[in-house]
Design a protein around this ligand. Structure first.
Ligand SMILES: O=C(O)CNC(=O)[C@H](CS)NC(=O)CCC(=O)C(=O)O
Length: 276
């Protein structure tokens, strides 16, 4: 593994797929110009809007998103994570007609698929601010544990999506399988984000002595849907290395193998796990 720059993109996706992909490319270009070799896009990067429109556009969103990730990874010669987009369930005869998986896809420099993960934990929550979220109305929960992509150059990259961050056992699974860089692409609500987002991310970094790369949605998507922002990169000690604040942009930081080794020597908690 080498030292390299990683970027967590922060954007405001709306219900216009082409506009979102254009915004994503602008921000990827910004990150690449600053030297990033691994760039991560947030959950819902190609679409964030009305649920019925998402269902109507699902096939188009899925196709355009995959094509975009492949084309852009090749064009800029980067590793590119698409942090979450709907992919229609292929076998519609199994009782899940019209449902989708909230899918994260990691693509390599030649446009090759490196890893894929279907979000396991669905955000079915009524918030005290009056907003209700029923992700399971349109999304089917993934049934396979998240993968680790083992890279000689970039480290062992563990996948997850958004609400997963509240389930530490998922990250334990990743670190047990060797992950030392964890992706948490998100569209965190403004309401929960202000109190929970950074704390949860730092906890996942500290307890797994791993880097956390957390791209984010920010701002108003619809008149009722606002995201918290603060895309960030956190080191294995839990220190926030970069924070994109509350506007669109990129959080960029160096991922250093020597830092992972150092922290895992200083705080060998992964070696002290007991079976409960
Ligand atoms: O709605 C869509 O179009 C796509 N899905 C999302 O944006 C997902 C599910 S609603 N958002 C989250 O998981 C937020 C979690 C969160 O904010 C928390 O855990 O506090």
């Amino acid at each position: 593994m080498k030292s390299y720059l990683a970027a967590a993109v922060q954007m405001t996706s709306v219900s216009d797929v082409d506009k979102n992909l254009a915004q994503a490319e602008d921000l990827i270009q910004l990150a690449v110009n600053r030297g990033a070799e691994l760039v991560c896009l947030p959950e819902n990067f190609p679409f964030l809007g009305d649920e019925s429109e998402k269902i109507r556009l699902a096939t188009e969103i899925a196709e355009k998103s995959e094509k975009f990730l492949i084309t852009i990874a090749q064009r800029y010669q980067i590793l590119l994570l698409g942090g979450g987009f709907p992919v229609p369930v292929s076998n519609a005869s199994n009782g899940h007609a019209g449902k989708m998986y909230n899918t994260a896809l990691l693509v390599g420099r030649e446009g090759e698929e490196l890893a894929r993960y279907r979000k396991m934990h669905l955000f079915d929550v009524n918030l005290p601010d009056g907003n209700t979220y029923q992700e399971s109305a349109t999304i089917l929960a993934g049934e396979e544990a998240p993968p680790v992509y083992y890279s000689e150059q970039y480290g062992n990259l563990g996948l997850s999506v958004c609400y997963d961050v509240r389930f530490p056992e998922l990250y334990r699974h990743l670190s047990k399988n060797g992950a030392n860089v964890l992706f948490v692409p998100a569209a965190f609500t403004a309401f929960t984000g202000k109190d929970h987002w950074q704390v949860l991310l730092q906890a996942r970094a500290i307890e797994n002595t791993s880097y956390v790369i957390a791209p984010a949605q920010v701002g108003m998507h619809t008149p009722r849907r606002q995201s918290h922002g603060h895309a960030m990169i956190i080191d294995p000690w839990g220190i926030v290395l970069a924070d994109a604040g509350d506007r669109t942009g990129v959080a960029i930081a160096e991922i250093q193998p020597s830092r992972i080794d150092q922290i895992r020597r200083q705080m060998p908690s992964l070696q002290h796990r007991t079976v409960l």
